[in-house]
Structure formats: structure tokens, C-alpha cells
Design a protein around this ligand. Sequence first.
Ligand code: SF4
Ligand code: SF4
Length: 508
Amino acid sequence: MYYIKSKFHKYPLRRDRFYGDDVDNLLEKNPRVKWLDEAIEIPSENEYTLLWNTCTALFCFVNNEELRIINLLKKGLFLRELTSSSKAVPGSSSCNQDLIKHLFLRTMVTLDGETFIPLDIYQEGPVFEDHYLIELLMSESCNLSCKYCFAEPNKNRPLMTREIASAAIDKAVQLPVSSFTLEFGGGETFLYFNRFATLVKEIREKADKAGKDVEIVVQTNGTLLHKHNMVKFLLENNIIIGFSLDGPPEINDMSRPYSRGTGSAKDILKSVKMMHHFGQKNIPFLAVVNCHNVDYPEQVVDYFNFLGSSKGMFLPTLKIGAAEAAWEKTGISNEEYFDFMKRMIEHSGYGKKLQCLMIKRMLENLINPTRDFRCMRSLCGAGQDYIVIDSRGDLFPCSHHVHRKELKMGNISDSTPLGQYFSKNPLLNELYETRRVKNISRCSRCTWRHMCEGGCSLDSYYHHGHMRGASTLCGYYQKMYPFLLQCLIQHPQIIIAYLEDEVDIISF
Ligand code: SF4
Ligand code: SF4
């Protein structure tokens, strides 16, 4: 048997509901060992079988001999019966005891009717740690016209005034936390670099005064960072930059043209060179997987490597904003997205040459008891600890859904504290009251329900018209999670490449 678990979360959180601390004592009492109905077997292409508990989302891999022992447990047996010579794995009875111990720790069996952790531990939603993300749409205009853009940039929208930005910063530093992330979203922020630089100084000053730690992030289309002073400023101020790029120039330019129709890659490469000049070689590129690059994952990986990067983020085109109207010309299916990601993983040597942040987050979900990536949990935090402020000072719960009037939570000029706006919006109240996988008929019995947690709530709301719909990426999740688990058997180097310092591999 072997399995992989988090080094840092010895047990699932909610320790008040945890009662399996002393397994060895339990085993001493010759308990009755019984296989759990919630545990399922998923055969693989080699000698190992995956055991998966659909309620606790814990797993382990067992070989055929161990599977034979496990089959004896379906009706229940006392431990000593199992370690007796007639039932034992040839060689050692203590081996059987170890097997039972670890099956218990992975919630595949009960000992005298007791489970290691309660099976309903995620029933009311996943366990996670809050982290505030405040997104400022300082500029809502853009120099590109990406075919799948969901931000709906608009030249007629004003640049965010200093007053609105200052009010947002003031409220952000008053949040009842010691640290938060402030992201500049868009539109393209660097169209107004001087305003951006002024705000960065203001954020740093106010955060220092309030004793708060602020991580500043900018996702840029990368066309404008050609000047020394710009990149120098970004580095001196510890700004985290992500560049959008869909692949080699000939591919990128089909999906990310300038408004006038010409390609953007040439200018993005000038910015990449400037970053390299300052020693920033490993730029994290964000590619939107769309109908132009979906057949070329190998070329995209090779190109990012060629530009010195071993980090990527591959997001599928979402059927919102400009992409909704142009879906036939830009969209991809879940199967196509899966195929792209699978080939990307294989071509990148299972994380050796390039790692994708989305895959990292899925591996973390497999290994950790927490669901720290907000877009794969039913209580995603949209509007609560994720707040988007547009250029007019209006507040929305998520950048994917700005300008939907029914999602507006208020204006920054209101006296409401930043973390309280969501409570005034009926749709968001409904989201937080009802959105659980147990309430979504398609998800409630799904094997992978505590991995994707039903996916994005607002996305599913806009596609199904209610909060009880499964994720629009469901088909992708249902293929990718089993694929990653198969990788853990056949290509275990993936977990070392992605999460080496965070995992313990238990094997005996
Ligand atoms: S969205 Fe799909 S994969 Fe996710 S829990 Fe629901 S049915 Fe399962
Ligand atoms: S609304 Fe959807 S995209 Fe936005 S934070 Fe929540 S899960 Fe993520």
C-alpha cells in the first residue's frame, strides 16, 4: 500500500470533530474491522487499485494481495481473525495489522464502528483558510481585443479617480486581518503606469501605518513594459506580475490581437526581454486555452520554456463576456480542455519542464484536507473575502461577473466595511445559504464532489438560472481528477515536481 499526504496537515482540520488520535490503542483491543460503504475501488492500468472514500476524499493505492485481504472485510472480521495464518498475507501477520491501521487512517474501514474522522466532515462545505483578495479595476480600457475577453473593457469608462482608489485602499487596510492581497485587474493597468505607481506608494504607506502586510499583484497583457523605469519600479516595489500569452507568436496573435487587428506578441516579447534584462527569467505566463491553441499544447510548453519560464497557468475560455457571443469562433469543450491539459502534463515531463498552477491546485486538493483554491469550493468567498471594485467605485463579488447589475454590492462611498458588503445582496446571500455539493443533484453522489465542490457558483448560476447547478467544467473535472490519481501510480514524479516540500509519501 502507499499513499501521499500533506506534511503540514497531520489530520483534517476541525479538530473538535476528530476522534482517531490513538489508532494503536484501538488495534490492541482486537476491534471488529469493517469495510466502509463510502469507500470505492477504482482499478488502474497496472497492479495497483485506487481506494477512494467519496465522503472524506482520502485515498490510497493497494496491490492485488492487499485487495484480497480487503475483500475479506466487506462483511467485517475481528482483527485477530485477520492476522491468523489462514487469512494473512503470506509472510507476516503484522503486515496485516499495518494494512488495517493505514486503511483506518485513510477512512476505508471502521474499527469497532468508529471512523478515523467523521464521514460528514465536509457536509456543510469544505475547510479552508480565509484570505482577502481585493481587486481594483483602476483602468477598464484595454489596448487589446482578445477574442474571449470576459472583462468587457470599455473605452468610455473613466480611469478610477484618486478619491475612489484612496477610499478603497482606506477600507482595505481596515480589514480585520494582518495581511491581504491587492490585485490590479483590468482593463490594462499599465496604460496608466503613473497612476498605478502613485497608488502603489499610497498602498504601501497606508499599509505600513496600519501594520498590514499587502501583496500587490498585476495581471498584464504584457504589451507595455518596455521601459527600464517601469520594470525597475515593479521590482523595487515587490509587485507580482503575471503575463498573458497564449503560445508562440503565430498562435498568440490569433486570439490576442490589438484593437486594430495586428498581433500583440511582438510587443509582449519586448517586455519579456526587459524583464530578463532585470534578471526576471521565470515569468509565470497565463494562457487561455481557446480554439486557436487547443491543438498545440506541446508547442505552447516548448515556447514558454524557450522564454525561460517553467511556470504556466492554463485556463479554459469561459462562456461569458465577449466569448459568449463569439463562442463558435473561440470556445472549446471540456473534452478538448482535458486533452490539452493531459498532453501539456505529459509533454512537460509530469511537472519537470513546466508546472501549471491549475494542476498544482488540483494536486493540493488531492493531498490537503483544506480547499484553499476558491474556485474549487462551494463557498468560494466571492463578495465575502474576494471583492472587486470597478472604476466607478461599484463593488462586485468576482471579476468574472462585473457589471451584472444584480450582483452589485454597493459603492465604495457607502459607510459599509469592506467585508460586510455581500450581506446586502440577496443573490449572494442565497449563494452562501444554499450552495453545497449535497444540494446539487448532479453532484451530491459524485465521486469527485469534495475535489471540485461543484465548481464556480456564479458561473453555474448564469448557465442554469439557479444556485443548484453543477459546474460548467464538470466534464473536465471528472476526467482530470482520475487522470491525476493515475499519474500518482504511474508517474509519481509529478508529486515531487509540484509539491516536494509539502508531502509525505507513506509506503510499506
Ligand atoms: S461539478 Fe461534476 S465533477 Fe464536480 S462534483 Fe459536480 S458532478 Fe462531480
Ligand atoms: S464566483 Fe466563480 S470565478 Fe468567482 S471566485 Fe467564485 S468560484 Fe471563482
